[in-house]
Every structure is written in structure tokens, then in C-alpha cells.
Write a protein of this length. Structure first.
Ligand code: NAD
Length: 351
């Protein structure tokens, strides 16, 4: 079901010549121009695409607020199969629609889009980030996404085991694509033991080649059935279903995937069972921090320093959750909403 939740603006875009069909959703500009990636996905129909873009854009509002950025939340979806339908002309047509919003929405990569795609869109719009390094952009945002997830996981480890390290812990990663693979590198360096699964055998093979001690399991069910200290969902959304929440025996859930909770209330089940859930949009904000930095002239050093702050933010959320006796996901929402309301109010001051 499609749910509008106070979205400011939703734009349907169509260009017959290139076959472009896209929806841009601006959830909030309370903190600044809406920022969020473009998902290129073969949605069954427009209703499904609309539901997705509305939910994703709302999530970006919270993620950007929590990351301390001067950006509101937005997202776009292009309806189609990226392998078949993506072309220079389609991406440039899309760029022109982004430009038409005059900077109210700034786009970047998401599932199905990559930095070279943003280079095309940027030829038609100033409001595009996540471009290739060759074009002066921040490049692949999964570098700092994985780094941020690792910081969040360290904060969770400190909370549960008293020390901010994953040394000797068994971490199960679902999905070792761009983010999961880089997270595996950071964890291996920290001395964690890796258990991984992916639907793509080439993806698991890459991790094993880099870290030969890695255990590869058949799929998510087997991953969850193995003995894990930490579960890191890094594939698509909705990893935390009722069944997973009721049976998971890892002490921590912390991963890069967006929208991990399959419905509201799951966070409560996890908390009641003593599983510490590091809220997805808090720990996976490294990528948006990376691409937001590009808008100021990209500096990896500055962006990395900012993404390192995810450690303290996650820690603060766990403290607030304890103080207010609520699950961390609720504490995170409250913290983001407070920033939006307080900083958003400043915009009322006449300049
Ligand atoms: P990706 O497509 O590179 O990687 C996803 C991996 O998951 C792929 O290897 C895919 O084969 C695998 N996968 C898909 N379904 C699976 C399943 N059922 N079981 C196991 N593996 C499965 O994407 P990514 O950029 O690594 O993003 C991963 C997640 O992180 C997504 O939810 C994305 O929205 C989120 N995220 C990514 C970024 C970023 O900067 N890339 C930022 C924030 C959030």
C-alpha cells in the first residue's frame, strides 16, 4: 500500500524518446536540499515504484538528519531493467528532470546505478553527486558506507562485550557486494571470523580469495542457523522478519542494508530478546556523507573523519535507548526528529 507521510513533492518523469520512466520523491527539505540516490529497478508497475520511492525518501530524511548533514531527504527510482534499459540518453534525460527541480533534490547512486551513470546525469544537471573520481567526484560510496557500518559495529561490540573490537567474534554477512565485501575487509583486519553468503557465487569467491579463512554458507537460512555473534545484513531490505527476530541468536545486528526491519515492532522483539540492533540508517550513513562531501569539492580525508563520527552517534543512541527504556531504533528516530525540528526552525530566522 502506498503511504504518503507528509512528503513535500513527488514528481513523475517520462521521456518517450529514451524510454525514461522515473519518480522523484522529496520527503523533506527542512534541513536543506533533499539528497538521496537513484534506484534503477525493474518494478512490476508504477504503484510498486511509488511505494518504494516514498519509503526510501522518508528514510533519507532521517539518515541525513542523523548524519549531521544540511540535507533533507529525497530519493528517485527509474523503472526498468538496468542491464537492458540503461543508456546515455536515458540517464541524461533523467538528469534534465533533476535539473528542473532547481536544486530542491540532489541525486546520487543507489541499487542499479553507478558513478559513470551519475557522470551522464551530471552533464545535464548541477545537482548530481557520486560521480567518478575522473570527473572530480567522490567515486564509489560503498567505501565509507562499509567504514561507517564497521564503526557502528564497534560501538555495539563495546556496549555488549565492553570493548570496541570484533576480534575473535563470528560475524555473519548476508550479501557481499560492494558494501558487504568492504565490510569483510575491515572485519578481517580487526581479527573477526567471517561467515558469509550471497546469491552470486562470484561475490563469495572474491571474499574467500582475499580472506581464505572465511566460511561460506549456502544461503540466509544456513547463515542464521550458524553460530554467530553478529549478524550483518548487507543485501536488500527487510532482512529482519518476524521469524528472524524470534529465532536469531546473535547478540548484535548491524549491517549496511537499508530498511532492515520488515515492519514496525520488530525492533521491540529484538530488544526483548536481548539482541542489540544498531539502527540501519545510523550505521549506513557513510555513503551519503561521502557523496554530500563532493558538493563542497571532495576530500576523502574530511569525509572519512566525518564518517568516523558514526561510532559516537551509535554509542549515543544506545545510551539514549537505555535512559528512555526504548529500543535503539526508537531512540534514533527521536534524535533525528529533534534535530529536524530544532535546526529546521532556524530557517524561520529572516536573513
Ligand atoms: P550490491 O548490489 O553491490 O550488493 C548486494 C549483494 O547482495 C550482491 O552481491 C547480491 O548478489 C547479494 N544478494 C542479493 N540478494 C541476496 C540474498 N537474498 N541473500 C544473499 N545475498 C544476496 O549493493 P551494495 O551497494 O553493496 O548495497 C547493499 C545494501 O546496502 C543495499 O540494501 C543498499 O541499499 C545498502 N546501502 C548501500 C550503500 C552504498 O553506498 N552502496 C549505502 C547505504 C546503504
Amino acid at each position: 500500500m502506498t503511504v504518503f507521510q507528509g512528503h513535500e513533492q513527488v514528481v513523475f518523469c517520462a521521456d518517450k524518446a529514451s524510454g525514461l520512466r522515473a519518480i522523484i520523491a522529496i520527503h523533506s527539505t527542512a534541513l536543506g536540499p533533499a539528497l538521496g540516490g537513484t534506484r534503477f529497478y525493474p518494478y512490476a508497475d508504477e504503484d510498486e515504484a511509488l511505494a518504494d520511492v516514498l519509503e526510501l525518501s522518508r528514510g533519507m530524511t532521517y539518515k541525513n538528519a542523523m548524519a549531521g548533514l544540511d540535507h533533507g531527504g529525497g530519493k528517485a527510482v527509474i523503472i526498468g531493467d538496468p542491464a537492458r534499459d540503461k543508456s546515455e540518453v536515458l540517464l541524461r534525460a533523467y538528469g534534465r528532470f533533476v535539473q528542473s527541480l532547481g536544486g530542491r533534490y540532489v541525486t546520487a547512486c543507489d541499487v542499479g546505478t553507478y558513478s559513470p551513470d551519475m557522470d551522464y546525469a551530471a552533464r545535464e544537471s548541477r545537482f548530481v553527486t557520486g560521480r567518478t573520481e575522473a570527473a572530480g567526484g567522490a567515486g564509489d560510496s560503498s567505501i565509507l558506507t562499509a567504514f561507517g557500518v564497521f564503526q557502528g559495529m564497534r560501538a555495539a561490540a563495546e556496549r555488549v562485550w565492553g570493548r570496541p573490537t570484533l576480534r575473535g567474534r563470528r560475524v555473519g554477512i548476508q550479501g557481499v557486494g560492494k558494501v558487504g565485501r568492504r565490510l569483510a575487509d575491515l572485519l578481517a583486519e580487526d581479527g573477526a571470523r567471517l561467515v558469509i553468503c550471497d546469491v552470486d557465487p562470484a561475490a563469495t569467491a572474491r571474499v574467500v580469495a582475499a580472506h581464505p579463512m572465511t566460511t561460506v554458507v549456502e544461503g540466509t537460512a544456513e547463515l542464521l542457523a550458524s553460530e554467530l555473534d553478529v549478524y550483518a545484513p548487507c543485501a536488500l531490505g527487510q532482512a529482519l522478519t518476524d521469524e528472524v527476530a524470534a529465532t536469531l541468536d546473535a547478540r548484535i545486528v548491524c549491517g549496511g542494508a537499508n530498511n532492515q526491519l520488515s515492519h514496525p515492532g520488530i525492533e521491540k522483539v529484538l530488544a526483548e530478546r536481548g539482541v542489540l540492533y544498531a539502527p540501519d540508517y545510523v550505521v549506513n550513513a557513510g555513503g551519503v556523507i561521502q557523496v554530500a562531501d563532493e558538493l563542497e569539492g571532495f576530500s576523502m580525508e574530511r569525509a572519512r573523519a566525518r564518517a568516523a563520527g558514526i561510532f559516537d552517534t551509535t554509542r549515543r543512541i544506545f545510551e539514549l535507548a537505555e535512559r528512555d527504556a526504548v529500543p535503539p531504533a526508537v531512540a534514533a528516530d527521536r534524535m533525528a526528529e529533534r534535530r529536524m525540528s530544532e535546526v529546521g526552525q532556524l530557517r524561520g530566522i529572516w536573513l
